[in-house]
Design a protein around this ligand. Sequence first.
Ligand SMILES: [Zn+2]
Length: 217
Amino acid sequence: MVDDLRRELCALHAELPRNGLVAWTSGNVSARVPGSDELLVIKPSGIAYDDLRPERMVLCDFDGVPVEDALAPSSDAATHGHIYRELPDVGGIAHTHSPYATAWAIHGEPIPCVMTAMADEFGGEIPVGPFALIGDDAIGRGVVETLAHHRSCAVLMRAHGVFTVGRGPRDAVKAAVMCEDAARVVHAARSLGPLVPLDAESVDALYHRYQNVYGQH
Ligand SMILES: [Zn+2]
């Protein structure tokens, strides 16, 4: 089971540079070991995207400590672990410094819900979480506290970047791609003139349809 997760995670990491979400070795994706309340698999620290291999993905506990002989995990591993510990429904997490979304995070402004694709994916605005230093569980606490007050599966962590959550790692990576797309399009729209947020009723209808009806079932 863990070997399947390593393969899935390795393939998903390739989506980050492919979609222009990361520079150099920044960014990471993790998956909760299904059903586990203590183990996750995450990208190793400081390894080039081209050099990632399934066997190099790191199995570690929610404190970010590897449970077997392995490469050092991403420095964000404990942040991911904190989120898994606090949010039992989350099975995958992605983190990037994708440029447009991070520009909104630096500005400290939520991305307003002004287009249908945002209502579909995020169910409203994409919120801003607090500034937090890397190294303890402050980032994880900031992500969890911000998600508690929003339907969004993405958070813009102030002056840092994007954290997204999903039922699995693929959902989280998709949300990271859609977050950057929204950040870029809404930025372009605002350069043309004032923005008009969608009304709450339309946002609810779009979100419900997309989350429950859209796609292949
Ligand atoms: Zn980061």
